[in-house]
Design a protein around this ligand. Sequence first.
Ligand code: GUN
Length: 285
Amino acid sequence: MSARILDGNALSATVRGQLAERAAALTARGTAPCLAVILVGEDPASAVYVRNKVAGCEKAGIRSLKFTYGLDARQDEVMARIAELNADPLVHGILVQLPLPKHFDAEAVLEAILPDKDVDGFHAENIGALAQGNPRFIPCTPYGVMQMLKSEEVPLKGAEVVIVGRSNIVGKPMALLLLSESATVTVCHSQSRDLALHTRRADILVAAVGRPKMITGDMIKPGATVIDVGINRTADGKLCGDVDFETAKEVAGLITPVPGGVGPMTITMLLTNTLESAERAAAGA
Ligand code: GUN
């Protein structure tokens, strides 16, 4: 048996179409939604992500500003830029692409972003609000995963969910979101003993570790929903996820591909957060 494919490109196209209408309406009312993106250093993957984010904005009718800094950039100049963008009423979202170069204190940089413009949802205040079940901005990748699960009406209440990976960007906020939907959530990581013992129990398995094809078909419960957040490159330059798609699709009931799964939804939710921020600003909220 072969799993159904959960197509992130198709869902993205639908959601982005609705966003474009909202962006046009807001612009017509005198508020042009605007996202500022800051890229520091020379990480090639980050450069691609930022290019895709800027292109996504343009297609949805959201203004974008891009600020790039070399590997030798000083933290204080990036902080000065953030302060300027915080104070600019025409900017509704500020995103600093991660990872930052090693000589940066990433936490200090993220904390410098005004929580009302933190469309990544990485500021401690926004993580706290999410943990309390009262989110201001939901981090884009887990937000996209939730939209995908909801679009397929995957039952969440009481479901056994296993998340592999405990990052601040995906694993931890993913766990909070699924908990708030009354799922039973297990978070596994590199130190977990007998990973397969956990993954085989999962009705919903979320892989977010950054290790190519580490989740194989024998680790999946028959009929499970498998969400692959990984974006890795194989030795021959091809993109692949954290899930071994070929063996997993024979066991799973529903599965996201890489590329064309979670990736496009991450950018879609960034656009959603930016637009929402602009709508709040226009409403004086
Ligand atoms: N690097 C990898 N994922 C992300 C993300 O969602 N936001 C930012 N700012 N950087 C990232």
